[in-house]
Design a protein around this ligand. Structure first.
Ligand code: FPP
Length: 255
C-alpha cells in the first residue's frame, strides 16, 4: 500500500492509472447479461448469475483502487416488464449474494446503500437488504450503492413531490428552490444515500444510452462504453475505462 494524495491505491496488478486522478464515484450500467447467456445457449438467468460474479469482482476491485463510491444499476423501474421468471430470478440472486457475501462486505468495511424504492421488492429480498443496510451501516470504506427499482425520472418526480409538499405546508418558498434543494431530495441526496455526482459512468455491451440512470447526477459525468458484455467485464477492463476517463479534459462548461 502506498500514499497517493488522499487515495491509497493497493497493489492491483495493473499499472495504467494516474493515482492522483482517481474518480471518487463510479457508476455502472451492467448491460449484456442476456446476450452473454444467448451466445452460450444458456437461459437468461445464467447470464445474470455470471453478471453477479462480475459485479462481486468489481466491488472488490473498487475497494482496492481506493474508489469511495460505486453505484450499480441492478434493477430499473422499467425492468418489471420482463418475465416473472426473470424478475424473480434476479431478486433470488440478490438474496443469494447478500447471504453469501454480507460477512465479507462487513469485514472489508464496505457500506451498502440502496437507491430506489426497494419496498416494492419481494419480502425476502427486502429483509435481506435491510439486514445488509443495518450490518454495514457503520462501515467507513467503499460505499456500494445498489440501484434497485430505480428510475431517474421517478427519482426527480419524487423530489418534486417532496418540495411541493414543503411549499404547501409553508416551510419553503418557490424562490428558495436551488439545485442543492433539489439534489438533497434525490435518492443520492444528503437526506438519503449522500453520494456526490459520479465523475464516471460506464455502460457495458456497446449500447450508447443512459436508460433513465442518474439523469440529474450525470450532468457532467464522463461516459465510457466498453464493448464487452457485463459478465466479461474484468478488473482489467475496469481499469481501462478509468484510464479512458483520466485521458479526458473536463471543463464543466468553462474553457
Ligand atoms: C442488464 O442486462 C442486466 C440487468 C437488468 C440485471 C443486472 C443484474 C445483475 C448483474 C446480477 C444481480 C445482482 C443484483 C445485485 C440483483 P440485460 O439482461 O438487459 O442484457 P441484454 O441486454 O443482453 O438482454
Amino acid at each position: 500500500m502506498w500514499p497517493c494524495g488522499h487515495i491509497y491505491l493497493r497493489d492491483t496488478g495493473f499499472d495504467m492509472l494516474d493515482k492522483e486522478r482517481m474518480p471518487v464515484h463510479v457508476a455502472i450500467i451492467m448491460d449484456g447479461n442476456g446476450r452473454w447467456a444467448k451466445e452460450r445457449g444458456l437461459p437468461r438467468l445464467a447470464g445474470h448469475n455470471a453478471g453477479m460474479k462480475a459485479m462481486k469482482k468489481i466491488v472488490d476491485h473498487s475497494d482496492k483502487l481506493g474508489i469511495k463510491y460505486l453505484t450499480v444499476y441492478a434493477f430499473s423501474t422499467e425492468n418489471w416488464k420482463r418475465s416473472i421468471a426473470e424478475v424473480s430470478g434476479i431478486f433470488k440472486l440478490l438474496v443469494t449474494y447478500v447471504n453469501s457475501d454480507l460477512k465479507e462486505l462487513v469485514e472489508n468495511n464496505v457500506r451498502v446503500r440502496v437507491l430506489g424504492d426497494y419496498s416494492a421488492l419481494p419480502k425476502d429480498a427486502v429483509k435481506s437488504l435491510e439486514r445488509t443496510l443495518r450490518d454495514t451501516h457503520d462501515n467507513t470504506g467503499l460505499q456500494f450503492n445498489i440501484a434497485l427499482n430505480y428510475g431517474g425520472r421517478d427519482e426527480i418526480r419524487r423530489a418534486v413531490v417532496a418540495i411541493g409538499e414543503r411549499i404547501a405546508e409553508g416551510t419553503l418558498s418557490p424562490e428558495d428552490i436551488t439545485d442543492e434543494v433539489i439534489a438533497r431530495e434525490l435518492y443520492t441526496g444528503s437526506l438519503h444515500a449522500d453520494v456526490p455526482d459520479p465523475e464516471l459512468i460506464i455502460r457495458t455491451s456497446g449500447e450508447l444510452r443512459l436508460s433513465n440512470f442518474l439523469l440529474w447526477q450525470s450532468a457532467y459525468s464522463e461516459l465510457v462504453f466498453p464493448d464487452v458484455l457485463w459478465p466479461d467485464f474484468t478488473p482489467e477492463e475496469y481499469e481501462k475505462a478509468i484510464a479512458d476517463y483520466q485521458s479526458r479534459d473536463r471543463r464543466f462548461g468553462g474553457r
